[in-house]
Write a protein that binds this ligand. Structure first.
Ligand code: PMP
Length: 477
């Protein structure tokens, strides 16, 4: 077993145990002990604490002692005798070897001893080697300004992280800022909380800052927050928006990539209204631009961005590995939530992702990404060509610069739901009605989302031409 950052991890963990971080702390004391340094180098004061952002349930949650000791053991001194956890004895796992070919030259081969460890429980933060590898990836690709205050946790895809983060923040009836349209599974997480959606329209550069500002101004009315810390005084019963959810690269469903300047404007508004930015970015590596997009995380001087990454679109979706990066305190709260819910992401999956990244190195990863991007770019271009040919005059769209989706506004059709779900299926095409991505699903929606990711190249034109026939018929109704 490779110990990662052994001495400092043990020192830190031991301290947590000694100071009661595990044994008798509430989340409050754990968080207080991890406060951001009061002022950053550039003179900007990060939020003092996150209590204000967490819901009551989450504030009550205690760390799991077993999970904390499992974490401690993963980096313990050689010779430490572990009698703390209920680990099943891996000698009884019936698997003896594991081998996975990546390409002609590369494979992951685990000896029986390595496999036993790979099949054992892992710390909730993630398999230590993968955790280390992901930390390097973040530092290489989108380093946050305050690395010392940044935490990272491995999750079951990014959905798990997003779900966990929302679960620890949201209270019933909270106002939340989302783009309109919005990733449907984010709405699925939020909907049961009966939130008030401050749904901000997108233009071709994503969420519009003016509309964002006026949505917030309208909400606050004369309850303007003081901007000094996270505990603004507002009228009793007034609920302040705490989060701004954004899906900045190849947005699902609109395909938009938010340019850097727009991101900066959105960030400034988040500072003004003390919002946490939930940066859900699973298509980050799947863009068709010359340069990698800037991320909210890398501009986060305040410690208000939690970023969600995923290997679903770049390695495998079924492997279910993603990770969240953000302010240590919040990652700690997410860790406690995951300690209680999933314990940790599947060990074998983590070992496979780690083995792949380590075998490839940065160059191999980049090379693979170029292959993936070229593949999707070609599909996108074929779909745009087919749309140009068959949908001109029937629909409007803009060119997606990342991701897997074309977002079509259908002309002369108020709402696409029945058209897609009934008559489309009869005509043997399947797409997603736009209503699925709307905060208010009771309103008619003239959009549909079509995906170019798995459709065979030779079916793209046929699919789009069937869609054109469907629209023509619908317009006659
Ligand atoms: N966010 C967005 C915007 C997505 O499109 C998806 C996948 N559909 C996810 C999150 C979840 O991805 P994962 O497989 O990493 O859980």
């Amino acid at each position: 077993r490779r110990a990662v950052n052994t001495s400092s991890t043990i020192r830190r963990s031991t301290q947590i145990v000694k100071t009661g971080g595990i044994l008798n702390s509430s989340i409050t004391s754990t968080m207080d002990s991890q406060k951001f340094s009061s002022t950053s180098k550039d003179g900007i004061t990060p939020p003092k604490n996150f209590h204000h952002f967490l819901n009551e349930k989450s504030l009550k949650r205690q760390p799991s002692l077993i999970r904390e000791l499992t974490k401690l053991f993963a980096s313990a001194e050689p010779g430490t005798i572990f009698m703390a956890g209920g680990l099943p004895n891996p000698d009884l796992f019936p698997y003896t070897s594991f081998s996975l070919q990546i390409d002609e030259k590369t494979s992951i081969n685990l000896s029986s001893q390595e496999l036993r460890l790979a099949l054992q429980y892992q710390p909730t933060m993630g398999h230590p080697e993968l955790h280390e590898e992901l930390t390097k990836l973040v530092q290489r690709c989108f380093p946050p300004p305050h690395w010392d205050n940044t935490g990272l946790i491995v999750t079951v895809g990014s959905q798990n992280a997003l779900h966990g983060m929302l679960e620890i923040i949201l209270e019933v009836g909270d106002p939340v800022v989302i783009p309109n349209p919005c990733y449907s599974s984010t709405l699925s997480i939020m909907d049961p909380y009966s939130p008030t959606y401050l749904a901000v329209p997108e233009d071709s550069d994503g969420m519009q800052p003016d509309a964002l500002r006026s949505a917030l101004q309208n909400w606050y009315g004369n309850n303007s927050p003081s901007q000094s810390d996270g505990n603004e005084k507002v009228k009793p019963g007034f609920k302040r928006p705490k989060i701004l959810y954004v899906n900045p690269t190849g947005a699902n469903p609109s395909g938009i990539v938010i340019p850097t300047e727009r991101k900066k404007e959105i960030y400034r508004i988040a500072q003004e209204y003390n919002l946490l930015i939930l940066e859900d970015d699973p298509y980050y590596f799947l863009h068709f631009l010359q340069e990698d997009p800037t991320t909210f995380l890398s501009m986060d001087v305040d410690g208000r961005v939690i970023r969600f990454d995923s290997f679903s679109k770049v390695l495998s979706s079924g492997i279910r590995v993603g990770f969240a990066t953000g302010p240590k305190n919040l990652i700690r709260s997410l860790e406690m939530y995951l300690q209680a819910s999933i314990l940790h992401a599947a060990s074998l999956s983590q070992v496979v992702v780690n083995g792949t990244l380590r075998n490839w190195g940065n160059d191999g990863f980049r090379q693979h990404m170029e292959t993936v991007k070229a593949f999707y770019r070609k599909r996108r271009d074929l779909m745009l060509e087919a749309a140009e040919k068959h949908l001109t005059g029937l629909a409007e769209w803009s060119t997606p610069n990342a991701g897997m989706f074309l977002w079509l506004k259908i002309r002369g059709v108020d709402d696409t739901f029945d058209m897609v779900m009934e008559r489309g299926i009869q005509r043997k095409i399947m797409a997603l009605p736009g209503r699925e991505f709307m905060a208010d699903k009771s309103k008619p929606c003239p959009y549909i989302r079509v995906s170019y990711s798995v459709i065979p190249e030779d079916q793209i034109e046929q699919g789009i031409s069937r869609l054109a026939e469907l629209i023509r018929d619908e317009q006659k109704l």
